[in-house]
Design a protein around this ligand. Sequence first.
Ligand code: ADE
Length: 224
Amino acid sequence: MEIDVLTLFPRIFEGPLEESILKRAQSRGLVVVRVHNLRDFTHDKHRVVDDKPYGGGPGMLMKPEPIFEAVEKFRRTDSRVVLMTPQGSPLTQARAEEFSRVAHLIIICGHYEGVDERVRAALVNDEVSIGDYVLTNGALAAAVFVDAVVRLLPGVLGDENSADDDSFTDGLLEGPQYTRPPEFRGLTVPEVLLSGNHEAIAKWRAEWARQRTRERRPDLLKED
Ligand code: ADE
C-alpha cells in the first residue's frame, strides 16, 4: 500500500510513523507513507492556505487551490481520496478493513473551520471521522486512521493471526486477559486459563466477550 498525506503540520503526523509497528512496516516495505506540506502547493509570497468564508461567520476555511494541486499531482487510477473531518462517517473496524485493501490512499487533513466545499465535491471519495468530538487538527485524526489501516496489511503484525482476536473483529469487545504471575497482590488468574483445556478456555473467553460487550457497549450486540 502507498499513502500520501496532505497536511499543514507534517510533524504532527510524522511522530507516530517513527515508532514501533508503523516504523517497522515501512522499513520492511509493507507500506510507503509520504507526508506533504500543503503550503508547498501555494504560489504566493506568504504561502497562504486559508481564507474567510463567503457570507461571513467565524473562523477560516482551507482554500481549494493548494489541495487541488496536491491531489492532482499524486492521484492515480487506483487512488482513494479521503478527507479527515468530524462530518465524515465514523471509522469502524469494518471500514478500516475495507481501506486496507486499497492500493493508494491520499489523505487530506482538515484544519481551521473546514475546507472549501469544492474539495469535497470534486476530489474526495470518502469522508472519515474518528469520533464524535472536534480536534484542532486533522493530522491527529489521520495518524489514527493510518494506524488502524496499516496494522491490518498482510505481514505487518508479527503473528499473522493477531488481528483476528481484536476487539470488534467479531463484533464484540475482547474479554479479560492475564499473563504471569498466577497470583499478584492476592489477585489470582481464573483457574480455567491455567487448566490447559482449550475448549473450556474458548468457552470462557466467548462468555466474557459477550458479558463485557453487554455491560459496556450494548449497541454492538446484534438482536438475535
Ligand atoms: N478533524 C477534527 N476533528 C476530527 C474528527 N473527529 N475526525 C476526523 N477529523 C477531524
